[in-house]
Structure formats: C-alpha cells, structure tokens
Write a new protein. Sequence first.
Length: 616
Amino acid sequence: MSGVLGWVGFGDTPDVASLDAMTAPAARFDGSSFERLTGLRFAVAAGGLSHSAALIRTRGLVVALHGHPFWGSPDRRQREVADVAALFIESFAKRDVDALSDLHGDYALALIDVERARVVLAVDRMSVRNFVYAQTEQGIVFGPTCDVVLQHPAIRREVDPQAVYNYLYFHMVPSPSTAFQGLRRLPPGHFVDFDRARCSVRAHWRPRFVEDGDEDFTSLKRDFRRALDESVRTFSDEEKCGTFLSGGTDSSTLAGLLGSISGAPAPTFSIGFDAEDYDEIRYARIAARHFATAHHEYYVTPADVVDAVPRIAETYDQPFGNASAVPTYYCARLAQMNGIKRMLGGDGGDELYGGNARYARQQQFALYERVPEFLRRGVAEPVARYLPLTGGLPLLRKARSYVTQAAMPMPERYESYNLLERLDPAAVLTSDFLASIDTRTPISTLRGVYADTNAKSLINRMLSLDFQITLADNDLPKVTRMCELARVDVAFPMLHDEVIDFSLRLSPNQKLRGTRLRYFFKEALKDFLPPEIIAKQKHGFGLPVGAWLQKPDGLRTLAGDTLATLRRRHIVRGDFLDRLLDEHLADHARYYGTMVWILMMLELWFQRAGEARTGI
C-alpha cells in the first residue's frame, strides 16, 4: 500500500519501532520501498511504485509526497516528484497553505514544520490518494489507510457501529468517517492543518461550475481534445504503459490517444464473463480493432472469484462491497503479467461529463416539479397512493412509481433504489444493532455533500455529489487498491486537472441534453471513436454475482459459510439470512446477489480486522 505516513508528537525520542510497524502494512501488497525520517516528536515515511514518492527536508520543513503530482506555475511546470516537493517547500515558506493552489495532479502530501510541531496533510481534488488521521492529546497520526494508523501504539482499535450501517447502505464507508472510532479520512480537495493540538479541516479546491456558458462548439472541441491529449501524455510517461479497455467511451478514448501519442499499438486489457447480460467484451474488441491496439483478454470464472475474494478482503482497510473489484484485479494482474508498469484508468468521465443513466432518470423525475403544486399535492399524489404496487395494469403501476419517486426531494430521491431502504432496515438488521446507530445518518451525509456546491442545475449538483460519493469513496479505491494488489501503478487521465477544469466550463445542457448522456463528450469525439462505441448504452463493469451464486459450487459454499459466521455477530437478523440464499436469491438474483456480496465482504472484513478490534 503506497503512500505517506507518520506522526507529530508522542514522546521526546525517535520511535523507530512504531514507524516500522506502520510501514509494514503500507508495503505489504505492492512491495514499495519507503524512505524514512525520524526526529524528536515526529516521524514520516513515503513510498510508492514507479518513482511516485519523495521525502525531503530543508529550511526546518519536511515534505513527504506520493502520487503523480506536478507543479502548476506557468513558468515552472515540473513533474519529478522530488522536484515538486522542493518547489512546494519553497512556496510554502512564502505563502503557507496557499501554496496548495499550485500543486496539481493526484497526490497525498504531508508537510511538517519541525520546530512548531505543525503538520499539513493534503489530498488531490478527487482524492485519488488518501489520508486517514487520528488526533489525540499527544499529537496526530496519519497514513494512507486505517491499517497503517492503527499500528501506532497510541491509537485505539474500535469499530464504529454507525460506520457498519453506513457501509450496508452505501456498500462502502463514505468520508470523512472511517470504520473505526476516532479515525477520519480526508475528503477530496481538502487539507488538515494541525498546529500545537489545534486541528482544522478546510478545502483547498472546490469545483466551480459555469452554468451559463455559451462558448462556440468548435473552440470547445479544440480545447477539449487538447486537454485530453495533455492528460494522456502526462500519465503515459512510464516506459511500460497500458490501459483498461471496457469498450466504453472513456477507456476507448484513452486507448486511442495512448496509441497516437506513443506511436505504437497501445497495450489494452479487457475482462469478459461467460454470463448473459454481463459480458461486453465485444465492444472492447471493436475499440481494439479500430485503434489497432495490442489487445489482451481474460474471462473471469466463479472459481476465480473464490480464489480472489479472500485476497481482496485482505486488501481493504474498511468493509468494501463493490463486486467489480474482482474483474478490476484480474485485469490489472493480466497487465502486470504482460510487463505493464502503469495502467491508465478511465474513471471520472461519467461524473465530469454526465454519463450515468441515473442522471437522465432524475432529469425525468424533475419534470414533475413543473406541474402546479395544487395538482401534485391535491390530485396526483393522493391518487397514486391508491394505485396497485403489484398486479393491475402495468401503466398504472408505472404511474404510481413515477409519482412516488418524483415527489421525493433530492438527494433522497437519488437513493430511492437503495437496496437497504427497499428491503427495510428493520427486516434485515437486528433490533439491538439498530438501537446502536442512527438510520438517518446516510441521508444526512448525502444532504451535506449535495448542498456544498455553487451549482444550481440538477445535473451539476448530481455531478458534485458523485465526485465524492461515487468517485472518491467508491470507484477510485476500487481501482487503486486492486492495482496495488496486482503490483502495477495506476493513473487516471480523465481526472487530470485540465480535463476537470474544462468540464466545469460546459453548460448543463452540454452534459445532459434531454435524456442524452454525455452530449458534448460524444459530439466532440464522434470523429475519433467507433460509431458503435458512441451509440453504446451505459452498462458498467459488474460481476454476475447473483447468477453465479445460484450454482452449487465453491462460490455458493463460500457465501454460505461466511454468512453463517456473520450470523453470530447479531448484526443481521437470522430469519433474513435463513431466506437469503435459498429463497430470495432465486426470486431476484441480481438484487439479492448484491446483498449476499456486501454481507459476505463485511464478514470477511471483520475476520480480517480481528475479534479483539471489533467490539461487535
């Protein structure tokens, strides 16, 4: 686990043993070597693959930096990590935390003022890189994961029951919370300023949406293509660089640009499934042929899942229920076996340019708000309550569903399909566990993030929410951790600062035109991408969990054994678990397959965390 770790405070002599203990879990998956520095009342270390970390000390300041940063002053563009760290120290001495405005790319940065016992921790705009930290009376401890921070002897190991509920709701633990009490995760675009026991968390970057833009399409297209070229050129400097290729617009764009920039066939890697409605490898093959890539494929099987699940559960420091981590791991492993040192991931394009199907769906629900209130409240909603939920005419059922959801405010409406809400927490979880948590916390979290934006349009408010909830807390940890497990570096050109900045210039109508997703993106690239890719419907990178769990093989056995152990924790109701595999899964494989998966990954995480740590 590459990253930056250490502490300020805690004793008057260098504590090498504690630093060794913290470094061990940080290096165990990708085998990174760490530079270290210890002194009176502080210690710090930095490590990473592909020359992605640096640690320097000068002028009484120490900087540890990890990732793919670059220094953004127009006259001093620099990308070597050690040089960027030195430039940051130089700027910080003059401008203090305002120096963060010139630091770009993806990074985790720790600056320590040794004399003042002050530390500044910062992560990039989208939190591709991470900081977990814990403050005590003696000082502050920090690292890339909970595992690392918990190795410090001053930090308690106690699972937060509320975080467990939040995981069951979101299928991950959203920042700034973590699975452990007293440990916090730095949200995207934020920094911690700890100075003599005073600790503050502030934003160094916020997305500023331009919602009334009317720029000429031709000039926008030119700037967009230039930003994409620069992003791929920046991150493809590794000698052996390849791309994930799902056959979607983002991965196909990266594959084409990588080949064009390198002047050689781009190494591309795809995963398939022998399962109807899940396998989309034909689109990857279309893109591979179109751009003449050096293409590689691997078909994931249920046996592969059984083999990978324990290792995947071991990789995550918090419960993590995104099943597409499995194909991501096998894709990254395939690349590593073919000599690739860095993979380019297409994550971020949907959230920047309006590519998720839920955006169009919510836009349709928003049309209901144009109906006069007396008709909505006095006619449509009372009538909808009497329409049948099941049986009856399909149009009447759809009418009820539409009115019921459209009447909900945002962001609650965003979660109208939430699995736990649909099943009812009281039908899934024990009364004792529910008594220990607040079921309103997930929605409160969403409300806070949804409101924290300058955007007025629905599409941009949804994008701003997804920057954190979908990208920083879910998709990026999925890809970065699986690449670390496969021992390959990863970068995300769609999250290059210039690509992000360009997306903020687009009007809402250029992102979502009616129900047409990614309108500008597709129009600007229709002379570059294959027409089949442009016309392709958004699908995703899902794993056919529900279908495979119905087969009497190793995966179903693993799930059954794991859920049996979870039962003893008295979190999930026994009667719900009794019906889950044998009854519910047969009724709706995709729906309940997801529930089996997130419960299975929760129990495997508990086993990994250790009984003494959980308190549950």
